[in-house]
Ligand binder design. Sequence first.
Ligand code: ZN
Ligand code: ZN
Length: 309
Amino acid sequence: MTESELRLEQLAASIGRARQRAGCAVLPAEGQREDIPVMGGEARHRDCLVSMLASGSKGNAAFIRCGHTKILIDAGISCRRIEKGLKAYGCSLSELDAVFITHEHADHVNGLATLLKKTDIPVYTTRETWSCLGRKAGEYAGRFVRLPRRVGLKEIQIVPFLISHDAARPVGYTIYHGDSKITLATDLGYISHDVELAAAYSDILILEANHDEEMLKNGPYPYALQNRILSRWGHLSNRDAAEFLARIPLKGLMKVLLAHRSEKNNTPALSLHTVRTVLSRGGRVVGQDILLRLACQNGHVRFQEGGNA
Ligand SMILES: [Zn+2]
Ligand SMILES: [Zn+2]
């Protein structure tokens, strides 16, 4: 057990003891952590919906619906799972307007070829990313649209921004719909100035919180892979995400989906604990300034509390 995990265990135990003293709770079974009440990869703002159909190193896909415009960002899970995910929102593959790809890593494009086969939607990405896809999507070259600075698609505007990651030319995306702003920034080694500008004043932010640095350093990954993840071309740690959230400019309550969490080098509890701790040290109130949700790898979980999350 790492030091962070140990601290978390101690914290959970002390909360449990306090509750027991107050006679108001049953302790979780031995060795079991309490449920994290904020699991779920969905957020809404006005008539915009963001749902992480899947998030993590085994596959990523975000469904975004603003008014009548429906897009996917990344198609890293099977087309069947995408279809199932959309169905939960009463949407079918044929209703999608486009798919936007962040970069060519398999966990972001594994389902792309089948998605293109089953639909006639365009695929927007950088020229460098498209060239790297090779056989994965080559036969659909006619559907490729090289990303301009801004894409106008029905009721939304989509603006890509560069991110630092070990891929050909990776990007994140900001979506504007009326005065609503949604930003997706995952698979990034650090928070660059471009990312800061893109994410500022978002209503919904999908932000990577990939690993706990101590868990990663003490975990099963080979040294070279650890270094790759920790580098400026790797992935964002819980702490880096938290420190960014503590200083990001807000226009009101920002709904944040913590995404692309490592299954080996992180836990939902640790991720949430780190972000909450850093935010409160920075004077931000969780639930008042920033609403936190954890996106997860296997399927989206819909919120039960009135849906306005
Ligand atoms: Zn990824
Ligand atoms: Zn990647």
